[in-house]
Design a protein around this ligand. Structure first.
Ligand SMILES: [Zn+2]
Ligand SMILES: [Zn+2]
Length: 273
């Protein structure tokens, strides 16, 4: 099935789109207005009425919200630095532990499975449904990230747009801290090495999520997309960026394991209308 162009997405008629855009503009006053406008864009996008002009307006608004002190490379260093920090700490602790057995490595497998499920569940249930108390996460994802980047136009236009793709460093730290009690529990019930391995695997999974997601939004010709495996994973995520598919399909961003287990890998002929 041929991929629809943005012109097709902008159907059904220029007049009705103009009316919808005027309505969206009319409500863009104050907080409530912005909210209503966001929802109008999302609803229209889901039925294939998302024009480039509207996407551009969402992009300009998102870029205007970036504070002056924002550093894209600092952001990337912050999120990956948390993983590297936990790796260094874990390596130090593991080195000091005697009695390491190879079965402790199963903790890495457990961490990857749990993290892959968590990624699938949170993406489907929180990033695509406006749910208390996580409304802000939905607002940054469905009406912003998804409206700016669509399947045929996934690439960042500047490094400032790292802000629109990467998770805040505080969010990554929060996830690592939330995993810590589980690592402590594994350390007590299984072994100290298994606990540290669980924690480090969870942290590195988060780093891989960030780096993979960023690479999918790099220009198609970028060096990171020359690897076949990255092109396959990118295509999986790009399909999720079709607003008509985003609510149902392809929620994994790293490896689509839970998409496969839960039956949410978009079929070739998934309806786009
Ligand atoms: Zn994305
Ligand atoms: Zn999404």
């Amino acid at each position: 099935m041929p991929t629809p162009t943005l012109e097709v997405l902008s159907s059904p008629s220029a007049a009705s789109v103009k009316t919808a855009e005027s309505a969206a503009d009319a409500v863009r006053t104050g907080e409530a207005g912005v909210q209503a406008s966001d929802e109008t864009v999302v609803v229209d996008a889901r039925v294939g009425r998302l024009t480039e002009a509207r996407r551009e307006r969402v992009r300009q608004r998102a870029l205007a919200e970036i504070p002056w002190w924002y550093s894209p490379w600092g952001h990337l260093a912050g999120t990956t630095g948390i993983g590297v920090g936990v790796l260094a700490l874990s390596a130090y602790e593991l080195h000091a532990i005697s009695g390491f057995v190879w079965t402790d490595l199963f903790a890495v497998l457990v961490a990857c499975l749990v993290a892959n499920f968590f990624e699938w569940r949170v993406h489907k249930g929180i990033l695509h449904k406006r749910t208390w108390p996580w409304e802000i996460i939905y607002d940054k994802h469905t009406p912003m990230h998804h409206m700016i980047y669509v399947e045929e136009d996934m690439a960042l236009r500047s490094t400032a747009e790292f802000r629109l793709v990467l998770i805040p460093a505080a969010g990554v730290l929060g996830i690592v801290l939330a995993a810590t009690p589980f690592a402590v529990g594994i350390g007590k019930l299984w072994s100290a090495s298994a606990g540290w391995l669980f924690l480090v695997a969870t942290s590195l999974f988060m780093v891989s999520y960030e780096l993979l997601h960023l690479s999918y939004h790099a220009p198609k010709t970028s060096i990171v997309n020359r690897l076949a495996i990255l092109r396959i994973l990118r295509a999986h995520h790009a399909k999720h960026h079709d607003p008509r598919l985003m609510q149902r399909w392809n929620f994994n961003v790293t490896v689509p394991l839970f998409d496969w287990i839960m039956g949410t890998i978009a079929p070739r002929d998934a309806p786009r209308s």
